[in-house]
Design a protein around this ligand. Structure first.
Ligand code: 5GP
Length: 204
């Protein structure tokens, strides 16, 4: 049994429904989630310290300087970054931590921590992606078009991910994600403590 938790990065096109999937994983299965810092303005209903830590550009740049972020990226005119302390302390305590971040950040995390699993959530089609973005109703048409354009660019990077999960329906996607995260615990990398115990047993 691995004592430490795992870090799993979850990305997907804006509008892929990954936020909802991650919330279900937290509520149903007790995963921890990293709360990011961002310079984006809060959307209606978003709560400081729960949705994000909302920062000014100056505050964010200070966090970069002080090396307080595991990674950060610029996405559609704003900064987004993952605070380091919380993630690492949760992992030490045996909690699995989900990082819901975009691709530039995901690739940076993989560079720093190669054992981290990168999971990509995609809707079944581009038409469905557009419908979901419009239905959300929180963005202007201009921002929706920017996000679709960004998704087109991001598509090429799906190949960099370890796992691709289709989100055709919430419940099925959540169950697949949970099953996947549990299997990641059984990977050779995460079973080093067990391998060591068995090996030492033979030597006694
Ligand atoms: P939104 O503005 O819709 O909340 O997020 C925009 C994008 O930023 C999403 O793709 C989201 O996953 C990503 N994002 C959120 N937090 C972070 C972070 O800490 N680092 C990076 N690199 N991306 C993030």
């Amino acid at each position: 049994m691995s004592k430490k938790g795992i870090i799993a990065v979850i990305s997907g096109f804006s509008g892929a429904g990954k936020g909802t999937v991650v919330n279900e994983l937290i509520e149903k299965y007790g995963y921890a989630v990293s709360i990011s810092a961002t310079t984006r303005k809060p959307r209606e209903g978003e709560v400081e310290g729960k949705s994000y830590f909302f920062k000014t550009k100056e505050e964010f740049e200070e966090m970069i300087e002080k090396d307080e972020l595991i990674e950060y990226a610029q996405y559609v005119d704003n900064y987004y970054g993952t605070p380091k302390d919380y993630v690492l302390s949760q992992v030490e305590q045996g909690k699995d931590v989900l990082l819901e971040i975009e691709m530039q950040g995901a690739l940076k995390v993989k560079e720093k921590f190669p054992e981290v699993s990168l999971i990509f959530i995609t809707p079944p089609s581009v038409g469905e992606l557009r419908r979901r973005l419009q239905k959300r109703g929180t963005e202007t048409e201009e921002v929706i078009e920017k996000r679709i354009a960004r998704a087109k660019e991001e598509c090429a990077y799906m190949q960099e991910y370890d796992y691709i999960v289709e989100n055709a329906g919430l419940e099925e996607c959540v169950e697949q994600m949970h099953a996947l995260l549990q299997s990641i615990h059984l990977s050779k990398n995460n079973q080093q403590a067990l391998i060591k115990t068995i090996t030492e047993d033979f030597d006694q």
